[in-house]
Design a binder for this molecule. Structure first.
Ligand code: DQA
Length: 150
């Protein structure tokens, strides 16, 4: 059977979601986002592996781990979006769909947030839809990997 695993990976400071700059990122915590992803994942027949790290190498290791095992990746690389060639290269070696998510509209914010190293290897990018962006990303992965094969 083809894998229905989707790795949902979150970068630095997202452990503080709901507490840091709520006017930008909202009041939902990362645990709330994880619960929403698991609920929707069950509906879509996806096995969600939800993770967060403040360490670049750990995110890279998780992307490597997803190779040949996960059907897709949803990633909010947070600040590493704007700095990490290493995360981009790791994602470039992943075979399945990759959806990049940003909770805030990075294009409305400081100039240094306008460039993403990740977008060039992503299948799609969801920006500025709040934490709802994760659900939109999961739906897109489900579309791209196709219907449940039973
Ligand atoms: C973010 C946007 C990034 O610029 C920022 O560094 C983050 C979160 C977002 O989800 O809006 O930490 O990725």
């Amino acid at each position: 059977m083809v894998s229905r695993i989707v790795a949902v990976l979150n970068g630095p400071n997202l452990n503080l979601l709901g507490m840091r700059e709520p006017e930008i990122y909202g009041r939902e915590t990362l645990a709330d986002v994880e619960a929403d992803c698991r609920r929707l994942g069950a509906e879509l027949g996806l096995a969600i592996e939800f993770r967060q790290s403040n360490r670049e190498y750990e995110i890279i290791d998780w992307i490597h781990e997803a190779r040949g095992r996960a059907a897709g990746i949803v990633i909010n690389p947070a600040a590493f979006t704007h700095t990490s060639v290493a995360i981009r290269d790791a994602l470039g070696a992943f075979e399945g769909p990759i959806i990049e998510v940003h909770i805030s509209n990075v294009h409305k914010r400081e100039e240094f947030r306008h460039h993403s190293y990740v977008s060039g290897v992503a299948s799609g990018v969801i920006v500025g839809c709040g934490t709802e962006g994760y659900g939109l990303a999961l739906r897109r992965v489900a579309t791209l990997i196709g219907a449940r094969s039973g």
